[in-house]
Design a protein around this ligand. Structure first.
Ligand code: ADP
Ligand code: MG
Length: 683
């Protein structure tokens, strides 16, 4: 065999041809290096062989036993077989059943001994279902070890993956470069990279596995924090002329309400940043309805009086329109011109708007995220505000930060991120939290119901509409799908319109519509031309429709808690009492806990902490749209201590010398790679 390199394609391995390499590439594995970094999903502890009499219910274990009855297969229903046999190990005898594995009768011989790994279950009497079986031989591969279990794809077995990974370990482990500085490894007692990779794939014992995991987790956090800290320090070097910040009493006088304490604090934070002479990079985090728009308006006011223009970017055109309207009304009173730049403008309108931006008359320019990439020339852009920043990953932030001119940056986010996580996600930013809602907000009454309440829910929807209000109905899917029996927006809206509410006006909105179509539907709903809007989560960041008082969510268990909270925030924006009905037939204990927590609380931050505790951060954020890094080994919740250490350690990269020290070159290269080419791992 030729010398294998980390970038050698997997096809060079024994047993991997075209077919298998295609399967491997489905798992993102192309090279031996990829195999090395393909970490097990979990492990099965097969180090101890227990006596049958010592087995505990629902605790997986290895045991050695003799087959003492002939395995018998019977058909229980169409396409389903069950094979039963009895085994014994002198301490006890137990029944084993296999589902849909009739061929097992050829492998298990009467009177012979085998090694089994499985779980004792209660139910149909005590039995063990579908255990893993291995003959008692010296060359056995599973028993006696901590067995790595890899993520799989159809057509590949765990056994095959183990064997490929081990080939990669044998041939190119030694080529893995050590990227953690020696000093850091010593200080935090971390094993070397080769030891870590060898052990993560074939741990000798739990202690060794724990050491390997610690090292790899540390490394992930370290790279991430170090990257953010480089981002931050590069920004800290971006000096700008310090701004003179105007007195805000005029601004306050123009508001139809009094600012909350939290809003005042956030505005003070912003004003302070603007005065320092270092480019601002600040996140304003506040639950839905906490009044982030007013904070943004204050920032635009400050920019205007310092002689600068502000760009305000919203995630959708319709949201941009809404912001332009509210901000225009408020800032207009203060003699600040607000213009809206969207794709919907006619050519002459667009020309006029562009000229107002270019000659500096427009003090605030509202548009979508395309605003900065469009060929728009500002006379004097000083501040960029991004609304609903949770859709904005670190990679995009880095890109924005790299823009030639250096405007101050302000991000608004409604995703309630637990403090612990915010610390990592926004390590490169200053954060202001709006932890206070404007006074007089009514709690949205939330109910968890199952299908038996369907008629009552229909009646409730009708009652709300009859009272002059509007209703959202959210479904987890766009169209029906045989594999997942979920309510789909298309089918369900059709059903509601035709069968249940033929006399009401039912609309439909989902992500597959073109954006003009979406805007049109949303427009009709917000102007009261629709009574019921059946939607997918596209309405999550949406237009304010204060007249909407009821949110019905179908298959609620399919959504993350944060997402449900966000969706629920679409109602309760007006004077009237608002409601949220969560439909779910899920029996799953944890899912029910989450949904009940939602019924009990309207506090997004509290719910976020709860969800984090219940499910861990991956699920909390539901999908990958939230800018949360995808850690491969680390668990943000369990590994907080390591995270803090890694954050401290990443401070070494603050010093100039280190950045030019060749010993750190591979590390810096790796960080650059993560942030630039594979920016998506941070999304
Ligand atoms: P979000 O933080 O979700 O963007 P908005 O800025 O849209 O919240 O504000 C939600 C509503 O609360 C708006 O109708 C706004 O006019 C109102 N509002 C904002 N601040 C206050 C306040 N201090 N007192 C009363 N109402 C407020
Ligand atoms: Mg908002």
């Amino acid at each position: 065999m030729d010398a294998m390199q980390l970038n050698t394609p997997v096809t060079e391995l024994n047993g991997v041809g075209q077919t298998r390499s295609r399967l491997l590439s489905r798992l993102g594995i192309e090279t031996l290096g990829d195999l090395l970094s393909f970490f097990p999903r979990t492990y099965e502890d097969r180090t101890k062989i227990v006596k049958l009499c010592d087995m505990q219910v629902d605790v997986p274990a290895c045991f050695r036993a003799t087959v003492i009855s002939l395995p018998r297969t019977s058909r229980i229903r169409k396409g389903m077989t069950i094979t039963k046999l009895t085994v014994s190990d002198m301490t006890a005898r137990i029944r084993i059943v296999f589902f849909n594995k009739p061929y097992i009768t050829d492998q298990l011989h009467y009177g012979e001994d085998y090694l089994f790994y499985g779980c004792l279950r209660e139910g149909y009497g005590l039995q063990i279902q579908n255990p893993d079986v291995e003959p008692v031989r010296d060359d056995r591969t599973k028993t006696g070890r901590i067995l790595p279990i890899y993520p799989l794809t159809a057509g590949l077995t765990n056994y095959q993956l183990c064997s490929y990974v081990q080939q990669a370990v044998r041939s190119c482990l030694a080529q893995l470069p050590e990227i953690l500085p020696d000093s850091v490894r010593k200080q935090y007692d971390l094993c070397g990279i080769r030891e870590a990779y060898a052990a993560i794939h074939a741990p000798k014992d739990h202690e060794q596995l724990a050491r390997a995991r610690r090292r790899l987790i540390f490394e992930e956090f370290f790279l991430f924090s170090a990257g953010l800290s480089i981002l931050r320090s590069s920004r800290e070097k971006q000096l700008v002329e310090p701004w003179e910040t105007a007195d805000l009493s005029l601004f306050r006088a123009a508001l139809p309400y009094t600012l909350t304490g939290a809003q005042q604090r956030a505005i003070r934070d912003i004003a302070e940043s603007l005065r320092t002479g270092v480019r601002m990079n600040r996140l304003v985090q506040g639950d839905v309805g906490s009044g982030k728009t007013a904070v943004a308006a204050a920032a635009a006011f400050l920019a205007h009086h310092a002689g600068f223009q502000t760009a305000f970017m919203a995630p959708t055109e319709i949201l941009a329109e809404q912001h332009a309207k509210t901000l225009g009304a408020l800032l207009g009173k203060l003699d600040i011109e607000v213009v809206l730049l969207t794709g919907a403008l006619s050519a002459p309108e667009r020309r006029w708007v562009l000229s107002r931006i270019e000659d500096g008359h427009a003090g605030l320019v509202v548009g979508t995220h395309a605003l900065l990439t469009d060929r728009v020339t500002f006379k004097n852009l000083g501040l960029v505000i991004t609304d609903e920043q949770h859709r904005f990953g670190v990679a995009q932030r880095a890109k924005l930060a790299g823009k030639s001119a250096a405007p101050h940056m302000l991000f608004l986010s409604a995703t309630p991120i637990p403090r612990t996580l915010a610390m990592i996600l926004y390590g490169d930013m200053a954060v202001s939290v709006l932890d206070e809602l404007p006074p007089g907000r009514k709690k949205i009454d939330t109910f968890l119901v199952d299908e038996s309440k369907r008629e009552r829910a229909h009646a409730f929807i009708r009652a709300q509409v009859m009272a002059g209000h509007q209703v959202y109905v959210v479904c987890p899917a766009v169209e029906d799908n045989e594999d997942f029996p979920l309510k789909s927006a298309e089918v369900w809206s059709d059903h509601l319109q035709k069968e249940v509410f033929p006399d009401l006006r039912v609309g439909l909105i989902h992500g597959r519509l073109r954006s003009e179509e979406k805007d049109q539907v949303m427009q009709r709903f917000s102007q009261g031309e629709l009574d019921i809007l059946v939607a997918t989560t596209v309405i999550e960041v949406g237009v304010d429709v204060p007249n909407a008082t009821l949110m019905v969510i179908e298959n609620a268990e399919r959504f993350g808690m944060s997402q449900l909270h966000q969706l629920r925030g679409r109602v309760g924006r007006g004077e009237s009492q608002s409601y949220c009905i969560l439909f779910s037939d899920a029996k799953n204990e944890e899912a029910r806990k989450r949904l009940k927590a939602l019924c009990a609380s309207n506090d997004g931050f509290y719910l976020a902490e709860q969800d984090l505790a219940l499910r861990g951060p991956g699920d909390f954020f539901g999908s990958r749209q939230h800018g949360l890094p995808q850690f491969r080994v680390a668990d943000l919740q369990l590994d907080m201590k390591t995270l803090r250490e890694a954050q401290d350690a990443s401070g070494v990269l603050q010093s100039e010398e280190v950045l030019h020290d060749p010993a750190y070159a591979p590390l810096l290269e790796r960080i650059k790679q993560l942030f630039r080419e594979k920016g998506d791992i941070f999304q």
